[in-house]
Design a protein around this ligand. Sequence first.
Ligand SMILES: [Zn+2]
Length: 220
Amino acid sequence: MPQIAPDVLHIPLLPRNGINAYVIGDVIVDAGMASSAKKIAKAVEGRTVRALTATHAHVDHLGGARRLVDQLELPLWVSAGDAGDARSGEPTLPKHKATKLMEFAGGFDGVDVERELREGDEVAAGFVVVEAPGHSPGQIAYWRASDRTLLCGDVFTNMHLLTTVVGLHLPPKLLTVDPALNLASARKLAALQPSVVGFGHGPVLTDAAPKLDAFLAQVG
Ligand SMILES: [Zn+2]
């Protein structure tokens, strides 16, 4: 598994980095779809892992959680804002008829949440929680200031979700409960001036800060 920063592993779960998970220190970040659990479990084989956490409670980030939690006997840590959705397995989404995006919009097996995360909470390997709501009610990012590494979940994506063409985007409005709030969160994360950014979807970005700034300037 590629290490994208000290103590940070990237686990691509689909070809072209279509869906990603990460490991920070001894904590897994995101669980992919139900079918991803096996791949994640294999990626952490031989490592000490003490928890699963997730950037937000959507099926492509918590779909594999039930299996992972059971198989590896892990507690689940989710933001306070998304904890209810994680427990029920019913994500808060805008009301619409999601067609092609359905695989990103379904429910998942709910999992009990042992720890509810809030702004500034320490997670592992020097990463702290940054609240970045909008895509989901309680979307969070994980930030390590010492080397400016950011895991941003779906506040930004680094590919088009339908075409898989690489490039910065905001998440689709069809799957985003409050797009204006998500944009404010995107600006909050860009203001951290991250060096390395890991996304829920798309390849890892290096020398990231100027690229995020340029993207946001063009978004308006
Ligand atoms: Zn996602």
